[in-house]
Design a protein around this ligand. Structure first.
Ligand code: GLU
Length: 279
């Protein structure tokens, strides 16, 4: 059993991250498995070295450890480029120069991650890609290459629940998603994340419920690329807790501030509603 915590170093870790990280390590311990740390820093406009260092410091302070080396996605752009090469050969991707305003003007409807791309550039070939173009997956073409039902297993309720990925719903909710970002040419979250989950042989993805709606798209990418689908455990979001327990705490306060004020790792566990550490 291998799981991972995959933060983006775009700000200080707060209690929501602490809850997520502690849940990842708790689930690994329960299964006698390993927890890896992966730094999802492909968005160079937002990632900062000081936030990456703070991730190492905060996690170590909470008593969490991981086997080296830490995979830093920004060090592996060529690997994500190779996936795009394969998808290009299979004619499943297209270049896109649309701005947000153009996408809005074309009548795009809201989906699970913003506006669903209306298909303006879908006819374009990768041979005509221009510098600065985004690269999108042609979701209909991709789905037409998958000839079996797609499913994933969710474990968060304590029992394994099988979910079916509905192709029509995906086309409507997610559409032609960006795999390579406009202007920077950097891999977008889904591409880097799904590639790395496969590369690192992740068997269990433990992460927040905020990513629940993205999971079907990730399952499609796994099926197109012939990568295995891990089991999923989407934990509740600490900010979604309507109970009184968390009502009084400042959810956005950086972990380092709790540390500076003399809190202990078990105080953090208590604050996020987890039992004290057993070790
Ligand atoms: N890097 C993502 C984030 O910080 C998490 C991705 C994942 O766990 O799949 O929200």
């Amino acid at each position: 059993m291998i799981t991972r915590f995959a933060p983006s170093p775009t700000g200080p870790l707060h209690l929501g991250h602490a809850y997520s990280a502690l849940t990842v390590w708790d689930v690994a311990a329960k299964h006698g498995g390993a927890a890896l740390l992966r730094i999802e820093d492909t968005d160079s406009t937002r990632a900062r070295p000081e936030f990456e260092q703070a991730i190492y410091d905060d996690l170590h302070w909470m008593g969490l450890d991981w086997p080296p080396p830490v995979r830093r996605q920004s060090d592996h752009k060529a690997a994500y480029g190779r996936v795009i090469e394969e998808l290009t050969k299979r004619q499943l991707v297209f270049p896109c120069s649309c701005t947000r305003r153009e996408i809005q003007a074309a009548g795009a409807l809201p989906g699970v991650e913003g506006l669903v791309y209306p298909g303006t550039c879908r006819h374009r070939s990768m041979n005509d890609a221009r510098p600065g173009d985004a690269i999108r997956l042609n979701i209909s073409a991709a789905l037409s290459q998958i000839d079996h039902p797609m499913t994933f297993v969710e474990l968060s309720s304590g029992t394994a629940i099988k979910h079916h990925v509905a192709p029509d719903q995906l086309t409507k909710d997610i559409g032609d998603t960006v795999l390579i970002r406009k202007n920077t040419g950097e891999p977008a979250y889904h591409l880097a994340c799904v590639h790395d989950d496969a590369l690192q042989s992740i068997t269990h993805v433990v992460r927040g419920m905020d990513l629940w709606a993205q999971t079907p798209f990730q399952v499609v990418l796994q099926n197109i690329m012939g990568w295995p689908t891990p089991k999923y455990h989407h934990h509740p979001l600490i900010t979604d807790d309507s109970g009184k327990r968390l009502a009084k705490i400042d959810k956005s306060k950086a972990l380092s501030k709790y540390r500076a004020e003399g809190a202990t790792p078990d105080d953090i566990r208590r604050l996020v509603g987890l039992p004290p550490s057993s070790c």
